[in-house]
Design a protein around this ligand. Sequence first.
Ligand SMILES: *[C@@H]1O[C@H](CO)[C@@H](O)[C@H](O)[C@H]1NC(C)=O
Ligand SMILES: *[C@@H]1O[C@H](CO)[C@@H](O)[C@H](O)[C@H]1NC(C)=O
Ligand SMILES: *[C@@H]1O[C@H](CO)[C@@H](O)[C@H](O)[C@H]1NC(C)=O
Ligand SMILES: *[C@@H]1O[C@H](CO)[C@@H](O)[C@H](O)[C@H]1NC(C)=O
Length: 774
Amino acid sequence: MGRRTHVVLAAAAPALLLVLLRLHMAVAADPPFSCGAPSSAAFCDRRLPIEQRAGDLVSKLTLEEKISQLGDESPAVDRLGVPAYKWWSEALHGVANAGRGVHLDGPLRAATSFPQVILTAASFNPHLWYRIGQVIGTEARGVYNNGQAEGLTFWAPNINVFRDPRWGRGQETPGEDPTMTGKYAAVFVRGVQGYAISGAINSSDLEASACCKHFTAYDLENWKGVTRFAFDAKVTEQDLADTYNPPFKSCVEDGGASGIMCSYNRVNGVPTCADHNLLSKTARGDWSFNGYITSDCDAVAIIHDVQGYAKAPEDAVADVLKAGMDVNCGGYIQTHGVSAYQQGKITGEDIDRALRNLFAIRMRLGLFNGNPKYNRYGNIRADQVCKKEHQDLALQAAQDGIVLLKNDAGALPLSKSKVSSVAVIGPNGNNASLLLGNYFGPPCISVTPFQALQGYVKDATFVQGCNAAVCNVSNIGEAVHAASSADYVVLFMGLDQNQEREEVDRLELGLPGMQESLVNKVADAAKKPVILVLLCGGPVDVTFAKNNPKIGAIVWAGYPGQAGGIAIAQVLFGEHNPGGRLPVTWYPKEFTAVPMTDMRMRADPSTGYPGRTYRFYKGKTVYNFGYGLSYSKYSHRFASEGTKPPSMSGIEGLKATASAAGTVSYDVEEMGAEACDRLRFPAVVRVQNHGPMDGRHPVLLFLRWPNATDGRPASQLIGFQSVHLRADEAAHVEFEVSPCKHFSRAAEDGRKVIDQGSHFVKVGDDEFELSFMA
Ligand SMILES: *[C@@H]1O[C@H](CO)[C@@H](O)[C@H](O)[C@H]1NC(C)=O
Ligand SMILES: *[C@@H]1O[C@H](CO)[C@@H](O)[C@H](O)[C@H]1NC(C)=O
Ligand SMILES: *[C@@H]1O[C@H](CO)[C@@H](O)[C@H](O)[C@H]1NC(C)=O
Ligand SMILES: *[C@@H]1O[C@H](CO)[C@@H](O)[C@H](O)[C@H]1NC(C)=O
């Protein structure tokens, strides 16, 4: 999701302020709702199917009323008792006031602020992701029921694959792997919407509505003057099929998402919001999407104003409504919709279809069932917001995401009794709001890392060292002095929202400004090897720190949210054993030679193009996807008992085809669901914690092909689970392997195929081979 341009925001500000003030004086105990008074209208009749109720309401609206409903700020239709509705709310990692629908400046002034998504992802723990979604759904209702929200449609999760390390919004995503991103999407959405974590989605009611964004191939803000508004992403069928679209498919099919947002960019020339093939054929057709589609903010306007794809504003309106989009974030359709209709560019049915989708969501949220207080979710009160269990979960998420990248000679954990003094140094060490990343609301608590460390060491000093993460003004002398006078040194470096955020991609992958030099000089002056904590969303090239023996440990803590400072201190002092793993590849600085605009996932050795992400990248790395240390040692092996691969041969009548490169493969669709079901098998991994500490440990299962020619990934994550093991405890972790899903790869035309011959299922250093032969 995006913000409107600065110009629009500035122009709208005074009017908006007045509206907000008025609202707050009028905050009622009841949230807005319809159908309170006895009514004979069919749209109020709860016994009727939602589609029928929505259709009835739409049929009662005039053309002007209809068009007025097609913007994110939909006005009231008083004569029908329909209140105003605000479609735009945000809840990326906790209920936020970043959109327009939620107001955290009434009696409720905060909500639980979880870590930024990239850190939560590093836990590799879907159960945790689900519970965070659940808390967001609950707190959203708490805020709504308290009269502090004008909508329950939240524009999260952001599930674009983190394709390029420079992307300013990579921090908002679950990382670079499409399978993992798809899993995150599904369980997060289920949590927010009030569904069970798995199994069939058996209710159309929504606790709150989640939205899969930004559909699709959106992952560039502004790179050397190429902006997201103007960018035309050239994407192959193959990359679309196995990288860009799978998270959205999973968000819709497995998560039952009720919203999709189409993005700013074009894909192969067509603006995504104007792409019938994408919105109607793929999402609504192939994936059976049942919900509403919103544009990113002002994404309809840019189709005409920036991209020139539509000749007139009315053409932009027609393009998106005919493609299957339902609501525009912004006022463009509200402004140009009537004339588009009068000019015959859109039909009444184009408008009504969109409106039926929109009102169906409001009805599924229960907002046309009389006072929500007396309905499902009506008893969720303000005391649910920021309650202890929710805040504990925010702490757990930060603890379980933190990744230990280097730990030489047992530099960590620190022992409370041995550390008599500590110097905390760095621009990221004492700033609580920096811990929140972007798209946050006011957190329930604010504790900086320095404040948290003061709880462990009485003699703690803080020196900022430089002005901010940009680090173009420094006082290295002061930092060096503090370092040489203390027993221990902990540095807090990395990035902040001036370096990476919406509309800002990085141009460099190293630590900004004078940070490297500050770290090295402090390390030289310190009595013992120093500890380097990195706060950043995107990866940084810290090869210098990896190789410097005076830097004893490196910890990556993302943007860890409201409890992040506490979690970091607990990890440093061994009260929590770190088990997070990197959800993205950390590339060396030289990667910036690759144009960010090149969307190809696969390497092209003939031009030196290295490819992207662990699945295709052929260059050197700083740290690999899935990397992370622990204070304990773990081992894994496949357990022969329980692992029962069936014979991979004998599917009758299946024709093999040979690619130009000579690979022989089978079409998964042709194999059919029944054969695919027959091939499924359990793989059991025995994992042991050899101590010395208890810990949570993600077990990652990969598929490896014998070679990475002909567009095959080098390897692919096919399953992951997080297990808690006491020191010296062992456990068996079972995965279901489905060859149709897990052994298949996208052919050049996007079809899913399984290669004839060898495949290797891999966990840690152990693997077994399976040969596929129909
Ligand atoms: C949906 O299924 C879950 C899990 O089986 C069950 O607990 C729940 O009551 C069901 N909800 C409805 C509305 O049927
Ligand atoms: C703290 O960090 C936030 C977010 O990056 C930034 O806006 C703010 O200026 C910082 N505060 C200080 C005192 O440096
Ligand atoms: C430091 O960088 C910021 C952001 O680029 C810039 O606005 C500021 O002028 C710079 N300050 C100095 C002293 O170079
Ligand atoms: C690579 O592996 C595929 C699939 O097993 C096989 O068909 C192909 O011959 C192999 N190619 C090379 C160059 O080894």
